[in-house]
Design a binder for this molecule. Structure first.
Ligand code: F6P
Length: 463
């Protein structure tokens, strides 16, 4: 294999450039050219196929900085429709015209679903990324647990449901223990929780902090490092009575409460609290916009104003209970050491999968207590259920203690290998040296896009 294409799809994460860098470094050793395809799958719908040669003369271009968040080749949420044969023919011929013999897609579960039709025409592999940590399996037979149940309200008349698992949960059995981007998002979220605590403490308030993760509670779980009092995850519908009691107990004791909620938390009927307006993004994902606000409304209903007046800690529940979203800050910026290091290895492994002749495979990050972290190749079909669909991994319920509303003992065991030593000394030093650099005040921001634009080439003969 002499020339490989690479693209980044879906929401950005801090470790995308690190994955690309790892792929390019390995390709340099193997004397393989790497062509970056601009803006994810979107590039393949464009007859001109904007692209950039990432390693001319087998040397990485200087713009490719593994410590920079985001992706220098851009991303989009476009996906290939397997039913549009004509479109697929065009994509195949465009990639062939470019001399691309294999394709690496850096993405999450949506990307893995989307690359299948391309893998039927050209060797294609996935290097994982997602802050949600939902590309993976809690155990290898998890895809077999999905069943279809009739549902008249669903588009196709059915929906997917996970049947009761018969697997014994064991951390060593995880497939893809952590995805690049997850550690940095927890780093930002836990830091945010710590900072909001001081306002809650000083002003006798109840803070509800919403973190991302869609229907998976891994980011919320990890935010335990910021020491919130209560963590709510999408995998366990909170018992609202119990929650209000716990909030009051803590408020009586310490005059402030900090709650973290995953954006995908549900009520006892399984309805997403944050998706009152049911809209979807271009990839079909439900847009979750207001879990913390919905939760605040419930607590305001359940804890009357007179409760706050009684303690002379404010006039109303509305005044005392406030919400904050960590938002896109948890998806951006410099990746911390853990993400950079393993993202690079996963990118390198993706190149090896292609050069070794594997197709429709995924480079994964494994952890066992005996071996520590290591990368492997995994057949993409092993992520698919019997209908060929890949489901986002939810946090395994055993990692959470619904009574304490915090990580369980096993949850703590899960988090420790990722986060102990996840921050490098250089991460802190980088901040010390750059954040208040005098030039930040006088020089305009110089975007990577400006430089990469000068390197973009187009497919010849196309207009
Ligand atoms: O999948 C990554 C993610 O950050 C989710 O956690 C979140 O729900 C979503 O993407 C936000 O997407 P957007 O950037 O389109 O607002």
């Amino acid at each position: 294999m002499k020339r490989i294409g690479i693209l980044t799809a879906g929401g950005d994460t801090p470790a995308l450039n690190a994955t690309i860098h790892g792929a390019v470094m390995r390709a340099n050793q193997l004397k393989v050219e790497i062509i970056g395809l601009i803006k994810g799958f979107n590039c393949l719908f464009n007859p001109r196929v904007p692209h950039v040669h990432l390693n001319p003369l087998y040397q990485e271009i200087p713009e490719l900085d593994p410590t920079k968040g985001g992706t220098l080749i851009g991303s989009s949420r476009d996906y290939v429709d397997p039913d549009k044969k004509n479109e697929l023919d065009h994509i195949e011929s465009r990639l062939k015209k470019l001399g691309i013999e294999g394709l690496i897609c850096i993405g999450g579960d949506g990307t893995l679903n989307g690359l299948q039709p391309i893998a039927e025409r050209l060797p294609t592999v996935l290097a994982p990324k997602t802050i949600d940590n939902d590309l993976g399996l809690n155990h290898p037979s998890e895809p077999d647990e999905w069943v279809r149940v009739n549902d008249a309200t669903a588009k196709q008349g059915y929906r997917y449901k996970r049947a009761e698992s018969s697997a014994v949960f064991d951390l060593d059995q995880f497939v893809n223990y952590a995805t690049p981007g997850y550690a940095t998002s927890v780093f930002v979220s836990a830091g945010g929780v710590e900072r909001i605590r001081t306002t809650a403490e000083s002003h006798r308030r109840i803070a509800i902090i919403e973190v991302m993760g869609r229907h998976s509670g891994y980011i919320a779980l990890g935010s335990a490092y910021g020491r919130p009092d209560i963590i709510l995850v999408p995998e366990h519908a909170p018992d609202l009575e119990q929650l209000a009691e716990r909030v009051k107990h803590l408020y009586d004791l310490q005059k402030n409460v900090v709650i973290v909620c995953g954006e995908g938390i549900v009520d006892s009927q399984g309805r997403e609290l944050g998706a009152e307006t049911r809209s979807t993004d271009p990839a079909g994902n439900v847009v979750l916009s207001g879990a913390s606000e919905a939760l605040r409304a419930k607590l305001i209903q359940m804890i009357p104003d007179r409760y706050f007046q009684l303690y002379r800690r404010g006039d109303t529940a509305k005044e005392a209970i406030f919400t904050r979203k960590v938002g896109h800050t948890q998806r951006g910026g410099r990746p911390i050491l853990f993400d950079r290091f393993y993202a690079a290895q996963l990118g390198a492994k993706a190149v090896e999968l292609l050069t070794e002749g594997r197709n429709n495979a995924v480079s994964i990050l494994q952890y066992t207590s005996a071996k520590g972290f290591h990368v492997e190749g995994y057949d993409a079909n092993r992520f698919r259920d019997r209908w060929g669909l890949i489901h986002a991994r939810q946090m395994h319920p055993a990692l959470y203690d619904p009574k304490l509303m915090k990580p369980s003992k096993l949850g703590i065991e899960y988090l420790l290998p990722i986060f102990t030593d996840a921050i490098g000394e250089d991460d802190m030093e980088h901040m010390r040296q750059t954040l208040f650099a005098a030039g930040n005040l006088s020089q305009p921001y110089h975007s990577i896009n400006t430089d990469v634009h000068k390197r973009i080439r187009y497919l010849e003969g196309e207009s």
